[in-house]
Design a binder for this molecule. Structure first.
Ligand code: HEM
Length: 293
């Protein structure tokens, strides 16, 4: 079996085999089961993602909101590769709608998933759930319109990655709504978590770039200026497919209740959480810099 000592200081853990086939976790002197560790890491990961998404929403609201109120729309094109295009009224309108929806969805997702909100404000939870699903649909459609009609960075591979993300968002949104209406709440929980992951896809992309920039000191191997390099394609698809895969492993671990498997998933989620925290730290500097433009 597995003995595990968890050091908060070094944020490292050591797995050891022993003949009792029983998981023991040393955590400030308390014994924790593998399942509790899983709950602990998934809960902490959720709040790390939530903080990162609130920073992204803050940037989107303040940067685009302030520049719009001041009439400095030229600032949009300083941070977006394509941005506003002269004469493209529909496309520009879609972009503006997309940005407004981005704020709603980026704040709404984490708030909707917070257990105390769900448990204490049920009417609010139901209302926000509907808004979230409609917003997810509209953000996907406006995004699809832009990548179909504009010459966006990343070429065909990134257009495909974004299109698949949009399709998954709309499919999962329908399934989340349907399972809620059918009162199949265990399934509903799964579909809302999957929806949250795919909706967060565009945010994950930025965080992965933040992480890669941090560890490669700005020179990301396989990344091309036109975003058509192998790393760009991997980030395009992996941004949401990898977290989706980890989420499925988490569901499996919860169902199987096998200590070894739970510890494996715990370890993967821990590594993912550290990567996310580093990426958020790194990309937040970009967002806060943009607020000074
Ligand atoms: C559903 C969650 C989404 C959120 C929160 C979101 C958020 C954003 C934000 C904040 C921007 C401005 C760029 C920046 O300041 O960094 C943006 C631009 C954009 N988004 Fe999304 N987005 C979402 C989904 C999508 C999807 C699914 C697609 C494609 C199918 C898409 C395509 C685009 C495009 C093409 C731009 C303009 C980029 C440019 O002009 O260079 N978005 N989005």
């Amino acid at each position: 079996m597995v003995k595990m000592f968890f050091s908060t200081d070094a944020f490292m853990f050591f797995l050891m085999e022993n003949h009792h086939m029983k998981v023991i976790a040393g955590f400030k002197g308390n014994t924790l089961s593998a399942n509790k560790l899983l709950v602990l890491v998934s809960g902490t990961l959720f709040y790390v993602l939530a903080v990162g998404q609130f920073i992204f929403a803050y940037y989107t609201l303040v940067f685009y909101g302030r520049s719009s109120i001041e009439g400095h729309f030229e600032k949009w094109n300083k941070v977006m590769p394509t941005g506003l295009i002269d004469g493209d009224i529909v496309g520009n309108l879609m972009l503006a709608i997309h940005l407004f929806l981005a704020v709603v969805i980026t704040v709404g997702g984490p708030v909707q998933l917070m257990p105390w909100v769900r448990n204490n404000f049920r009417t609010f939870h139901r209302g926000l759930g509907r808004i979230y699903i409609i917003t997810a649909f509209m953000a996907s459609i406006s995004g699809l319109y832009m990548i179909a009609t504009r010459d966006t960075l990343g070429g065909i591979p990134l257009k495909l990655a974004n299109t698949l993300d949009a399709i998954l968002i709309m499919s999962f949104a329908v399934l989340a709504l349907r399972t809620a209406r059918q009162r199949k709440f265990a399934l509903h929980r799964k579909w809302t978590l999957r929806l949250f992951v795919v909706v967060s896809g565009v945010w994950f992309i930025r965080v992965w770039y933040g992480f890669c920039r941090l560890v490669s000191e700005g020179k990301i191997p396989g990344s091309a200026p036109n975003l058509e390099g192998i790393t760009n394609i991997l980030i395009g698809f992996g941004s949401y497919l990898l977290p989706l895969f980890l989420l499925e492993l988490f569901f499996m671990a919860q169902k199987r209740r096998d200590n070894g498997f739970s510890l494996l998933v715990f370890g993967l989620l821990l590594v993912f959480m550290v990567i996310m925290a580093m990426g958020i730290f790194s990309f937040s500097k970009v967002w806060f810099y943009r607020l000074t433009i």
